[in-house]
Design a protein around this ligand. Structure first.
Ligand code: PAJ
Length: 283
């Protein structure tokens, strides 16, 4: 695996790969890698000649300065994990080169900015679309891999690629979970063992609602109320939102009817750590 920090050096390397008609699969990350990230590398590796990954903790997408400061950094371990997963090129840009000045351009993703994560993390998706646009322009991959753990991020990136005509295929990969159901996340490193165990109830609440939907419950109000009652048992869980939405558009719904895909989305704090999870159900 080659580690590259400069944008120009990466561009020269990619030009060489393209000269030999190699296809490029790209996995953007913010590091503090876990099995969820590694699954994306494996998908990219299996479907392309070359797998390029990036590690860059993008300051623009943190709406909370404390969250940015506390974001786990483990560069040496990450390099070893990337190499072991079969990544060919690891791009780790320096912030000063990547953002020589604060970008003046901002991207408004429309409705997706005003629902779920958009409402709760103002400016987050604008920061994500800027960094991903820059990375796509630098790497120019054939395919780029994102996790469904960040369901709304996948929707935002699909909209970005479609509306701005990036010639890149977006591949959404399934959520990788701990044995107890907790969705893997770099932020889990900040949880104690008991915090991790408590946090697994987020997925249990989603599964509880899923069972009710499959059992025929149609009212979203009743579904949400039952999920909240389940979570109320755990005083350590501070719920931010729990919503049942249209699985295609992520727009809110009042009843489960005449749609083929439903998404149950949750955000909550455990031990001061913000966690998100979701479950998509095909009806
Ligand atoms: P990060 O949180 O590091 O995640 C990088 C990629 O890994 C994202 O596509 C995310 O959805 C995926 N991922 C995280 N946890 C996962 C899990 N448990 N199972 C499957 N995939 C998982 O998402 C970002 O970084 C940033 O917003 C980024 C796209 C890199 C832009 O800065």
């Amino acid at each position: 695996m080659i580690c590259i920090r400069s944008i120009n050096a990466l561009r020269l390397h990619i030009a060489d790969e393209k000269r030999t008609s190699n296809t490029i699969g790209f996995v953007p990350t913010m590091g503090a890698l876990h099995a969820g990230h590694i699954s994306l590398i494996k998908h990219a590796k299996a479907e392309n000649n070359v797998c390029i990954a990036s590690i860059f903790v993008n300051p623009l997408q943190f709406n909370n300065v404390e969250d940015f400061k506390k974001y786990p950094i483990q560069q040496d371990a990450d390099i070893a994990l990337m190499e072991a997963a079969g990544c060919d090129v690891l791009f780790m840009p320096h912030t000063e080169e990547f953002y020589p000045t604060q970008p003046k351009i901002s991207i408004d993703v429309g409705l997706l900015d005003r629902i779920l994560e958009g409402t709760h993390r103002p400016g987050h998706f604008s920061g994500v679309t800027i960094v991903v646009t820059k990375l796509f322009n630098i790497v120019a991959p054939d395919k780029a891999y994102f996790g469904q753990k960040d369901l709304q991020q996948v929707a935002v990136i699909n909209q970005l690629v479609s509306e701005l005509n990036f010639p890149i295929e977006i591949v959404a990969c399934p959520i990788v979970r701990e044995q107890n159901g907790l969705a893997m996340s770099s932020r889990n490193m900040r949880l104690s063992n008991s915090g991790k165990s408590i946090a697994s109830n987020l997925f249990k609440a989603l599964s509880f609602i899923e069972a009710k939907i499959k059992g025929g419950e149609k009212s979203v109000t009743i579904l949400i109320a039952s999920g909240k009652t389940y979570l109320d048992q755990f005083k350590e869980i501070e719920l931010e939102y729990l919503e049942v939405v249209n699985g295609n558009s992520l727009e809110s719904i009042t009843e489960i009817k005449e749609i083929n895909k439903v998404a149950i989305c949750i955000a909550a704090h455990v031990e001061g750590v913000r966690l998100i999870d979701n479950l998509v159900i095909i009806l």
